[in-house]
Design a protein around this ligand. Structure first.
Ligand SMILES: CC(C)(COP(=O)(O)OP(=O)(O)OC[C@H]1O[C@@H](n2cnc3c(N)ncnc32)[C@H](O)[C@@H]1OP(=O)(O)O)[C@@H](O)C(=O)NCCC(=O)NCCS
Length: 158
């Protein structure tokens, strides 16, 4: 049964630490590792919203704002921004923290689209999303606009 859910019901906060095996030859985190954490946190958020299995269908607008050093703490926050009929747009923000000074900084942000699927991989309808706070309403409107313009661009560039 389709119901209405709030973004706060599917929010994910994932904590990690940068280990030596996560780094590139500059001694900072490998970008692919950050993308993997973003995809995992985003998928958990989407699964919580639709209460079903999901697949990643699109990654949009990923920005690497600052690097993350070995030994730093990483927080990956994922929140449901917008839903279509079977698709869900999740916003993910990554923040680093120096454990010695407590200094925090935003490092990465991205928007991912997931589709709810049944066991045959066919798209399934998802629950409605009702943004409540001003931030949630702004994220909803922005994601709706991005989804619409991406669809138009895709059909124009075919
Ligand atoms: C996701 C998948 C099931 C969608 O199948 P499909 O035949 O394209 O289905 P539809 O055309 O009905 O699209 C389903 C939804 O996805 C959206 N969608 C499809 N392609 C998209 C894209 N590139 N970007 C954003 N949204 C997309 C559609 O707009 C639609 O949204 P809506 O129902 O909310 O309106 C199919 O593309 C797939 O299996 N992809 C591979 C997924 C995968 O392996 N991911 C990596 C590992 S998890």
């Amino acid at each position: 049964m389709i119901k209405t859910k709030y973004p706060s019901q599917s929010e994910i906060i994932m904590n990690e630490i940068v280990m030596p095996g996560d780094t590139n030859f500059h001694g900072t985190i490998f970008g692919g590792k950050v993308m993997s954490w973003i995809d995992i946190a985003g998928a958990m958020c989407a699964m919580k919203h639709c209460e079903n299995a999901v697949v990643t269908v699109h990654v949009d607008d990923i920005d690497f704002i600052s690097s993350i050093n070995i030994g730093e703490l990483v927080t990956v926050k994922a929140s449901m921004n917008y839903v279509g009929k079977t698709s869900m747009v999740v916003g993910v923000k990554v923040e680093k923290e120096n454990p010695l000074t407590g200094e925090k900084q935003k490092t990465t942000k991205a928007y991912l689209t997931f589709v709810s699927v049944n066991k045959n991989g066919e798209p399934q309808a998802v629950h409605r999303l009702e943004p409540q706070t001003d931030d949630e309403k702004r994220r909803y409107a922005n994601a709706q606009e991005r989804t619409k313009s991406k669809k138009e661009l895709r059909s124009r560039l075919k």
